[in-house]
Write a protein that binds this ligand. Structure first.
Ligand SMILES: Cc1cc2nc3c(=O)[nH]c(=O)nc-3n(C[C@H](O)[C@H](O)[C@H](O)COP(=O)(O)OP(=O)(O)OC[C@H]3O[C@@H](n4cnc5c(N)ncnc54)[C@H](O)[C@@H]3O)c2cc1C
Length: 285
């Protein structure tokens, strides 16, 4: 499927963002590879999209091609290894793992992204992260070749990876889990989701934690101590429930969100000498 001038607000959890010139939804891994290769050959800017759950697209949108991997959602299980396509949601992989009595992926069940986005970000929560369970990925490398890379060679760090620094495109991932008890896994997933609901402003659209955790501090605490809870520009504000989240309370523009982020960075730096680094990715600015 190919769409023109597709509003990115429809494809981001923030619910903001202007049009992408071209929005391609490959039906298969081969189509995804062909699309990325064509963009590279023609020198057209492209951007690989998962669920848009860590993304702030500008109101002007993106001049180029969005390659949305939402249809690459196949999941296969061999023993304790789950092989999934990059567009599979973390929730569906966690659900499958739970059904099959495979433990170690409970941390990811409540993260609203795809496997590809999670590898790129080395997503994590509640003492777990992709680096703990990822065995290998199939990627399109810088030369346009498809190859398999072991997780040990991906330099997975706090919200970063070689996928990010080397501009690799994840096509498939192999996640290695351990045999466990379905009921215990289910109970753990429920408990983690309960903790999320209690602490996070899930009633509003956001991209999760807006900022990375600065060394020796917690972003949310610094923002709260700076007196910025509830600070708003237009329809965007610092959540009053969890200061680490900038939320869209309704009708926010991307510029509103960016303004709140910039003000929080400046104010926290002015008061505490710590420059917060966004965890959220910016596109089209
Ligand atoms: C309510 C809420 C809670 C959240 N909680 C957490 C949490 O607990 N822990 C956490 O780590 N994150 C959390 N997040 C953030 C987000 O869900 C993760 O960062 C997730 O991994 C992003 O995945 P995505 O598919 O949505 O990626 P996108 O937002 O679509 O993309 C993010 C980046 O990954 C790149 N990317 C996506 N797919 C691929 C691919 N196949 N190959 C190469 N690059 C790719 C994109 O180009 C982009 O640069 C939360 C977000 C929300 C809205």
């Amino acid at each position: 499927m190919i769409l023109l001038d597709e509003p990115m607000r429809k494809h981001t959890t923030f619910g903001v963002g202007g049009p992408a010139d071209v929005f391609v939804v490959p039906d298969s891994v081969d189509e995804a590879v062909a699309t990325v290769r064509a963009c590279r050959k023609l020198g057209v800017p492209y951007f690989v999209l998962g669920k848009g759950s860590n993304l702030l697209v500008s109101d002007e949108g993106f001049r180029g091609v969005i390659v949305a991997l939402e249809k690459l959602n196949g999941i296969e299980v061999v023993g304790a290894t789950i092989e999934c396509e990059a567009g599979a949601s973390l929730g569906s992989v966690a659900e499958r793992a739970c059904e099959l009595g495979l433990c170690g992926f409970e941390f990811a069940g409540g993260i609203p992204g795809t496997v590809g986005g999670a590898c790129f970000m080395n997503a994590g929560a509640y003492d777990g992260c992709m680096a703990d369970v990822l065995r290998s990925v199939d990627v399109i490398d810088a030369d346009g070749e498809v190859r398999t890379i072991d997780a040990d060679d991906l330099a997975l760090g706090y919200r970063t990876s070689r996928i990010r620094t080397d501009g690799l495109v994840v096509l498939r991932a192999r996640i290695e889990l351990a045999p466990g008890d379905s009921q215990e896994i289910r109970a753990k997933m429920r408990e983690l989701n309960h903790r999320r609901k209690e602490k996070q402003p899930l009633e509003y659209r956001s991209a999760g934690s807006t900022f990375k955790r600065p060394e020796g501090h917690f972003a949310g605490k610094l923002i709260m101590d700076a007196g910025l809870k509830g600070y708003a520009v237009g329809g965007a504000c610092v959540s009053t429930k969890h200061a680490g989240f900038v939320v869209n309370t309704g009708g926010a523009t991307a510029t509103d969100v960016r303004s709140v982020i910039s003000h929080v960075q400046d104010e926290v730096e002015r008061q505490f000498g710590v420059r917060l680094e966004p965890e959220v990715r910016f596109l089209g600015w």
